[in-house]
Write a protein that binds this ligand. Structure first.
Ligand code: AMP
Ligand code: ZN
Length: 113
């Protein structure tokens, strides 16, 4: 738990969110500024700053987040598939420094190369 971290506050319930998934280690909630018809954020409940911090210092969390995504992102939930995005660093667009994965889907997504 990092006192000033927005996503830690969402995890603790101090700040409201629209949760779509939760287990003992991971939560997922709707992005407040959706970039697609469905835009969710998957977040481990233990704070790490970014994907490199998580991969280096808590690699087991990667498996837990990806297991949560696999459980949630079924063909029924995302019949057209989905896109999974992680931004690392301000230059890549990271604005919240609690590791999170954007899961985007719904209507056909624009090309991405
Ligand atoms: P990133 O730019 O990769 O760090 O992603 C941060 C995401 O968090 C952005 O897509 C924001 O729209 C989203 N966001 C910011 N504040 C909230 C909030 N209170 N609830 C849900 N999503 C949020
Ligand atoms: Zn945090």
């Amino acid at each position: 738990m990092s006192k000033s971290c927005l996503f830690c506050k969402i995890i603790s319930g101090e700040i409201p969110s629209t949760k779509v998934f939760e287990n003992e280690s991971v939560i997922a909630f709707k992005d407040i500024q959706p970039a697609a018809e469905k835009h969710l954020l998957f977040v481990h409940k233990s704070h790490t700053a970014d994907i490199i911090d998580m991969s280096s210092n808590a690699p087991e969390q990667l498996a837990e987040v990806f297991a949560a995504i696999a459980e949630y992102a079924t063909d029924k939930e995302f019949p057209n598939g989905f896109r999974l995005i992680n931004n690392k660093g301000t230059g890549a667009g990271q604005t919240i420094f609690h590791t999170h994965f954007h899961l985007l889907g719904g209507k056909r997504l624009p090309g991405f190369h």
